[in-house]
Design a protein around this ligand. Structure first.
Ligand code: NAD
Length: 288
């Protein structure tokens, strides 16, 4: 039976390290990092995220400010706000809360955020650094998965790693991150499944990461004996939240597996805060 790879104890451990680092930075530079969240459309889900972000930020000694705008805000008004924050020295990083109102081109607005103030690690310049293997920030979901893998103590060098899903927040950056660790990396996606080849790839995986959003996509008996399984998926089935991997069957074969909920999820906000602190350090290094 697999051991559970729980996100919360790991997040708590990382938070202790972040708090210590922030305390030292405040003592040395006389100010704390500050994260600004921009919300232009009230939405139940994003309001929950915002509340949680504020709580986590403040518990770590990071200042958090929510800037709310009416849903009628225009693209140019929003971009003006972002540009003002880009040049405000008291602001370390920002996050654009999604969803945005329909008249806003989210991609264009995101690209206006300075790569030096990009809390989510999604600016093309920051994503490019992952390709080059020289990065201290990255997309929060992918960074959370890498932390979980590191916590297992597995040496990724030469391991068969299979990722299912090739989104920009998870599968694609994870492909690069695992290559940087010299894992033999396969990235599967919708076309792999349409071709009928998904099970064959999954069966080879010593490290399996699934980020799709389809309950029971990965059958328990596909999982290789002693594999490490990270299930990023979140699906509502009736009243239950489940991942993309059939949990019971998979945990009978895997050595370690993330529960859903309680695996990757609890780590993502912590990664957002760590990105913010990394940006703060880079900005301070620039003025020293
Ligand atoms: P996305 O919708 O952007 O991408 C889905 C990916 O799955 C695509 O690459 C697509 O090609 C692939 N795919 C779709 N059907 C497939 C199939 N039948 N076989 C193989 N691949 C298939 O997804 P996303 O934003 O990366 O999110 C994926 C899942 O992860 C969702 O359930 C989302 O809710 C969840 N998620 C969880 C967290 C967390 O904190 N735990 C964070 C982000 C996303």
């Amino acid at each position: 039976m697999a051991t559970l790879l729980k996100g919360k104890p790991l997040a708590d451990k990382i938070k202790v390290a972040i708090t210590q680092e922030v305390t030292e930075l405040v003592a040395r530079y006389g100010r704390a990092p500050k994260l600004v969240a921009i919300q232009a459309l009230e939405n139940a889900a994003s309001s929950v995220y915002i509340k949680n972000q504020k709580k986590v930020a403040e518990s770590l000694g990071i200042e958090y400010e929510l800037m709310e705008f009416p849903a009628g805000i225009s693209q140019s008004e929003l971009e003006k706000v972002i540009k003002r924050l880009n040049s405000d020295k008291s602001v370390t990083a920002m996050i654009l809360q999604l969803p945005l109102p329909g008249q806003i081109d989210a991609g264009r607005a995101l690209s206006v955020i300075s790569p030096d103030k990009d809390a989510e690690g999604m600016h093309p310049q920051n994503v490019g650094k992952i390709l080059l293997g020289k990065y201290s920030i990255g997309p929060c979901t992918a960074m959370a998965v890498m932390e979980l893998l590191a916590s297992t103590g597995v040496d990724l060098y030469g391991k068969e790693a299979v990722i299912v899903g090739h989104s920009e927040i998870a599968g694609k950056p994870l492909g690069l991150m695992l290559l940087n660790k010299f894992a033999t990396t396969t990235v599967c996606h919708i076309a792999t499944d349409k071709r009928g080849a998904l099970a064959d790839h999954v069966r080879r995986a010593e490290v399996l990461i699934v980020a799709v959003g389809k309950a029971s996509l990965i059958k328990g008996d596909w999982v290789r004996d002693q594999a490490i399984v990270i299930d990023v998926g979140i699906n509502k089935v009736g009243e239950r939240i489940v991942g993309d991997v059939e949990f019971e069957g998979a945990s009978a074969k895997a050595s370690q597996i993330t529960p859903v909920p309680g695996g990757v999820g609890p780590l993502t906000t912590t990664m957002l805060m760590r990105n913010t602190v990394e940006q703060f350090k880079a900005q301070l290094a620039g003025i020293e």
